[in-house]
Design a protein around this ligand. Structure first.
Ligand code: ZN
Length: 498
């Protein structure tokens, strides 16, 4: 204890010296202080950006791209931009790089703006979860004009700022093409979520002749028939029997998926030995049946694919940024069966996508999987950021909101939502103080959630309409922004406790 106190006193003294040297120009993040071989590294901010400060030995400071601003007790004081090069050094020196999942329960915090990790990290601190702080799908990258590199760098700087000391992961989410997998692999991602949805055949849109023709002429048909047709899979409360009708449907729907997953897996194995793999079949029009679940797991294994998580498509509506829509008792039954299958086949866990704000589902999911689960969220943190803007800059919020209304029809095309814009009140008729109440309304939430890409990239005569102002307002009201995100994510994590 005494050691702790004197350490803290030393750090406080160092901070005071730094403030004296820089005439109070910078605000320090006290939690961010890291010690490395007699050097101290921490983060600070001035009125418009964050910087890394090192008060340390020449040998350490020289590793960074930095500018020296003075000396404190024979140590150099240098300021460094939060660049990719400097991030690489931080990862190397302090070991702040993502790792594979080390816990039963894992949770993905998508951070579309790239500034929420410190809040995600403080939400994670008191929960027994493995956090994935860098998690972005290829679609999100293109909508926000970001890169896998930038997403990971932002997460690492966020971890540094928050002083989070546990392991965390980096998920290249919903990747459809091997080229994107290789880019993410090059950046050091530790989890890869394969999205083979382009290879899922929608049998509901094929006529019987097409289905039969495809099935009958497939070279693998006979071998797989011998493996599955008429076979029984026993669960505690029921027996699942693979009828011919079931089998034909499953075969036609998923056979090309298997081949694509194998291709992606081989591409990854060519460049990385150690990673977590998720196979996501959640973007299909119909729920994944228990028999399809079994077929996919067994066939992937037979083809040598080592995967850690599987994201089935569950029954009901999983709309963005709002709670589950559907009959919870039907979902519960389905989750119980999928969980039991995962338990019997073992070696992987179930993953829940579109997990933002699915508060009614979390306790059920946690209970049946016994906490052996993964959840992904993303948009809900963005909504908290927008809520922080509504609270601190009503005028900017109104402009964003009105712009979002003009974009909604086009942007909703890639989502399954039932948003009714007539239920979203006129922002000009809401007082400044009531603006944030919009975030309690499902339709208004979805309006803002779905248009994020348009809002963040909107330009007028070469300048961003909102992007820079959004970042400025959140930077100036950082504490409130972090608090909103942290509280909301804790609400998610609390419901996953078993
Ligand atoms: Zn998904």
């Amino acid at each position: 204890m005494k050691g702790d106190v004197s350490m803290r006193e030393q750090i406080d003294l160092l901070f005071k010296e730094f403030e004296k040297l820089t005439a109070g120009k910078y605000q320090i993040y006290p939690e961010s202080v890291h010690h490395f071989e007699g050097s101290n590294l921490f983060m600070c901010k001035d009125k418009d950006k964050k910087l890394l400060v090192i008060i340390g030995k020449k040998g350490i400071c020289e590793k960074f791209t930095a500018s020296k601003i003075g000396e404190i007790e024979n140590l150099d004081v240098v300021l460094c931009q939060l660049s990719h090069e400097n991030c690489e050094v931080i990862k190397e020196l302090l070991g702040l790089r993502p790792s594979r999942c080390t816990k039963k329960t894992s949770f993905g915090f998508g951070d579309r703006l790239g500034i929420a990790t410190p809040a995600h990290a403080s939400a994670s601190k008191d929960h027994d979860i493995f956090p994935i702080f860098a998690q972005q799908s290829v679609r999100e990258l293109s909508r926000t004009q970001r890169t896998f590199r930038d997403v990971l760098d932002s997460a690492v700087w966020g971890v540094f700022e928050s002083g989070y000391r546990e392991n965390f992961g980096a998920d290249a989410d919903h990747v459809k093409h091997t080229e994107d997998l290789l880019i993410a692999a090059h950046e050091g991602y530790t989890m890869y979520t394969l999205d083979p949805s382009d290879y899922v055949k929608d049998v509901s849109k094929m006529n019987q002749k097409e289905i039969t023709e495809f099935y009958q002429s497939h070279p693998e048909r006979r071998e797989l028939e011998a493996r599955y047709l008429g076979k029984t899979f026993s669960l505690s409360k029921e027996k699942l029997v693979m009828s011919e009708e079931d089998f034909v449907k499953i075969f036609v729907t998923y056979i090309d998926v298997l081949e694509h997953v194998v291709k992606c897996y081989d591409a990854l194995r060519g460049v990385r030995r150690d990673f977590d793999l998720e196979v996501s079949i959640d973007e299909t029009s119909t729920p994944t049946t228990p028999l399809a679940h079994i077929f996919i797991v067994q066939e992937l294994r037979r083809r040598g694919v080592d995967f850690q998580t599987l994201a089935p498509r569950f029954v009901g509506q999983w709309q963005k940024g709002i709670d589950y829509i559907g009959d919870l008792s039907i979902l519960e039954k389905e989750i119980s069966i999928h969980s039991e299958i995962a338990k019997i086949l073992s070696g992987y866990k179930l993953s829940l996508h579109s997990g933002s704000d699915k508060f009614s589902v979390y306790p059920i999911f946690a209970r049946y999987t016994e906490g052996n689960l993964h959840v992904k969220t993303a948009g809900t943190s963005y909504l908290q950021a927008m809520r922080a803007i509504a609270v601190t800059d009503a005028s900017l919020y109104r402009q964003i909101h009105k712009y979002a209304l003009t974009r909604f029809e086009a942007d909703k095309a890639s989502y399954h939502v039932t948003t009714d814009l007539s239920k979203v009140p006129d922002v000009d008729k809401i007082s400044d103080t009531d603006l944030s109440k919009l975030f309690q309304m499902p339709d208004a939430r979805q309006l803002i959630h779905i248009t994020y890409g348009s809002v963040l990239t909107a330009k007028e005569s070469g300048h961003y309409l909102f992007r820079d102002r959004i970042f400025k307002v959140l930077f100036e009201n950082e504490r409130l922004h972090y608090e909103f995100v942290k509280d909301h994510m804790e609400k998610h994590l609390d419901l996953l406790k078993i």
